[in-house]
Write a protein that binds this ligand. Structure first.
Ligand code: UDX
Length: 456
């Protein structure tokens, strides 16, 4: 058998060996490439393992030496489904390795460098690009001729041009390929993308980048760097706008006594609306929506354009968080002073341990400000919130003696808890299910029966 044939068998064996339920689609044969990934957080590590699972040889680099040590030992430090098993498989097949210094890229004949470093929001609302510029500077010294630097990190409109001049390597191409990964399902989203987007001044460089993803059957779009930047920010701002609308509508349903579940079902069956992203919450959060809505507003203001709907989306989200506090206050009898509130959920959404910009923490912060005690439980996330706050180790411990239970993150385990166990533990059975995940057919009777016996 020829080397190529042996190699293609190896690639197919890799994809077959690691294609667990997470990765359900068959893959075409691909041309293997050497890829470098800079920044190994949830986007970077997912990108590194995703590209390796497609058959490429991947070298991951991060300035956090402890992280590199752990990854080289086969340990994933973040809570993301499928990453641990993928790391174990791909490391054993020598498809992925990790380095401590960018200089180790020299001589590795890397053709593509993915920049996946954080672009946190600065005080002014603009994206802070210092990590991106630092990565570009390091690559300027080690990138091989004719290689392509691919920006995965969200960068503001027009930043690509500044990065090209900072790179100062006319023999190296720069492309932008924003990620659309959701925390909690990042690897699944990588292997099953709705689209793959690449923008660059050089169409051939864009085509080369797209070639890396030949194994994935998804629409592949080649456009300009600026367009990819606007697509990323606009997609997230649009999703956030949808959620602000959902949360406002859920509030109206609560006041009118109409089941929001029924309204969402009736709306979602319209193919133009779709049934995803119609679940209410105490507000939306995470490391992307708040940052990307703010970044889009910053871009617009730089060009003298107002985006009233995006502005209203952000305002409505603050309102949703305030309304959640107001609902809990009402359930506690009109004042939170001296009351005990049991909270289920700290993470900004289920499936992750990430508490960045978590609406649950924003609600808890406002509750504590009104003088109540908060006992919170989350299956994986942790948070230390100071006086009056205690994180406990079980859902029932969080409600023991509580006046109100607030469900703020949609972990499935909360929906599986037996209502009577909760009702028995609580001082009063007042429940605010901000996520609408508790089965109404079980919880409504349980709470009402206690209320009717005067215990609730
Ligand atoms: C988002 C985008 O979805 C993703 O495409 C982009 O690459 C990164 O930002 P992420 O922030 O990980 O992903 O989470 P997402 O699932 O979008 O949820 C964002 C917020 O919206 C969370 O607080 C979540 O709880 C909330 N949400 C989401 C709802 O309240 N209801 C929903 O139906 C969906």
């Amino acid at each position: 058998m020829t080397n190529c044939g042996r190699y293609c068998c190896q690639v197919m064996a890799i994809v077959k060996a690691i294609s667990r339920p997470l990765w359900t689609k068959s893959r075409k044969k691909i041309t293997m490439s050497n890829v470098g990934v800079i920044g190994l957080g949830y986007v970077g590590l997912t990108t590194a393992l995703g590209l390796a699972s497609l058959g490429h040889t991947v070298t991951g680099y991060d300035t956090d030496h402890n992280l590199i040590h752990k990854l080289s030992e086969g340990d994933v430090l973040i809570h993301e489904e499928g990453l641990q098993s993928a790391l174990e498989e791909l490391s054993s097949l020598s498809r992925v390795r990790f380095i401590r210094k960018a200089s180790e890229f020299l001589g590795a004949d890397v053709e593509f460098f993915f920049i996946c470093v954080p672009t946190p929001q600065s005080q002014t609302g603009h994206a802070d690009l210092r990590f991106v510029f630092s990565a570009i500077k390091e690559l300027s010294a080690v990138a091989s001729k004719n290689s392509v630097i691919v920006l995965k990190s969200s960068v503001p409109f027009g930043a690509g041009a500044r990065l090209v001049s900072a790179l100062a390597r006319p023999d190296v191409f720069v492309a932008s390929s924003p990620e659309f990964l959701r925390e909690g399902s990042a690897l699944r989203d990588f292997m099953n993308p709705d689209r793959i987007l690449v923008g660059s001044e050089s169409e051939s460089a864009s085509r080369r980048v797209l070639g890396l993803f030949d194994g994935l059957d998804a629409p592949k779009i080649v456009t300009t760097k600026e367009a990819t930047e606007l697509i990323k920010y606009s997609s997230n701002a649009y999703l956030a706008m949808r959620l602000s609308f959902v949360n406002d509508l859920a509030h109206l349903c609560e006041k009118t006594g109409v089941s929001f579940r029924h309204v969402a079902e009736g709306m979602g069956t319209d193919s133009r609306i779709g049934s995803e992203f119609l679940s209410p919450g105490p507000g939306w959060g995470g490391s992307c929506f708040p940052k990307d809505t703010s970044a889009l507003l910053s871009v617009a203001s730089e060009f003298g354009v107002s985006l009233p709907l995006v502005e209203a989306t952000v305002r409505a989200n603050s309102q949703a968080i305030y309304r959640s506090v107001e609902t809990i206050r009402q359930l506690a009898g009109g004042s939170l002073l001296g009351k005990t509130i049991g909270v289920w959920g700290l993470a900004f959404k289920a499936g992750t341990d990430d508490i960045r910009e978590s609406p649950a923490l924003k609600v808890i912060g406002q509750l504590l400000g009104e003088g109540c005690e908060v006992k919170a439980y989350d299956p994986v996330a942790t948070a230390a919130l100071g006086e009056g706050y205690r994180q406990v180790n079980s859902a029932l411990e969080a409600v023991a003696g509580a006046h109100v239970l607030a469900v703020l993150t949609e972990w499935q385990e909360f929906a599986e808890i037996i209502p009577s166990c909760v009702a028995d533990a609580m001082a009063v059975s007042n429940i605010f299910d901000a996520r609408g995940i508790l089965p109404a057919n079980l919880w409504k009777p349980a709470v009402e029966s206690l209320r009717s016996t005067g215990e609730g």
